[in-house]
Design a protein around this ligand. Structure first.
Ligand SMILES: [Zn+2]
Ligand SMILES: [Zn+2]
Length: 247
């Protein structure tokens, strides 16, 4: 993999107002939706399934498989992982993994796309995502997967999987399911994943003396299906089990 320095920086380009507006809108719809449709046991079940299924798509798919190639699988399962991760509304697998590889290559050094130690907490949590310097997929970082046309298609049409999920929820359970299964769950998945980029580099304990600020955090590990063992992960990047505290 050639060492390509990431162009993502608050000093290159500017904030994308449309992306910021969309992100605020999703939060507002979630809040108003909770007020309009108060939680019930079935709605909380829909929320939990949507949250953990999509967190699995990010953790097992976008992160372990596409970013770190921690395991092998068939082309069909590869596509399903990209589709499930895509439903988390964090762009395509190629985009996500290409940026994540830069995060490991430059962890908390110049070129890290989301370092709270260099660019501040807010940038690492959400700022970099709504900044136009992060919009392009860094294809040089992800050549091993760009050869698959179905992955390039999902990267280009990255809003298709979330729209598909939203439409399915609406058909299955009406507006209450759309609110809890898509809007509320999406906000929670977002901040769960974003917290690994921000909180997991400042809050928690360090088991391994890595050259970055990565931490292990049991609360984040629970919320993210193991990603909170982030110091372990920076130490053992390519292990499929590195999120385990025993790794
Ligand atoms: Zn990290
Ligand atoms: Zn990683």
């Amino acid at each position: 993999m050639p060492a390509v320095s990431s162009p993502v920086s608050p000093r290159q380009g500017r904030y994308d107002r449309v992306a910021i507006a969309m992100m605020i809108l999703v939060h507002l719809v979630a809040l108003v939706g909770i007020w309009l449709f108060p939680p019930t046991a079935p709605l909380l079940a829909v929320l939990a399934v949507s949250y953990f299924a999509r967190m699995f798509g990010i953790t097992a798919g976008y992160h372990r498989y596409f970013s770190h190639r921690a395991f092998r699988t068939s082309r069909a399962v590869q596509f399903l992982l990209a589709l499930l991760g895509g439903m988390a509304t964090q762009r395509g697998a190629l985009w996500w993994a290409a940026h994540h590889r830069d995060h490991h290559r430059h962890s908390d050094q110049e070129g890290d796309v989301h370092s709270p130690l260099r660019e501040g907490f807010l940038w690492s949590h959400i700022g970099w995502i709504v900044h136009d310097s992060s919009t392009p997929t860094i294809h040089e970082n992800i050549r091993d997967f760009t050869k698959f046309p179905e992955l390039r298609w999902l990267d280009r049409w990255h809003l298709a999987p979330p729209v598909l999920l939203g439409a399915g929820l609406l058909l299955a359970g009406g507006l209450p399911w759309l609110v809890w299964g898509f809007f509320v769950a999406t906000v929670l998945v977002w901040h769960g994943v974003f917290a690994i980029n921000s909180l997991a580099h400042v809050w928690g304990s360090r088991r391994f003396p890595t050259s970055d600020g990565s931490r292990n955090n049991v609360l984040l590990a629970w919320l993210t299906l193991g990603e909170g063992w982030h110091n372990n992960h920076h130490h053992f990047q390519s292990s499929a089990r590195s999120s385990s505290h025993r790794a």
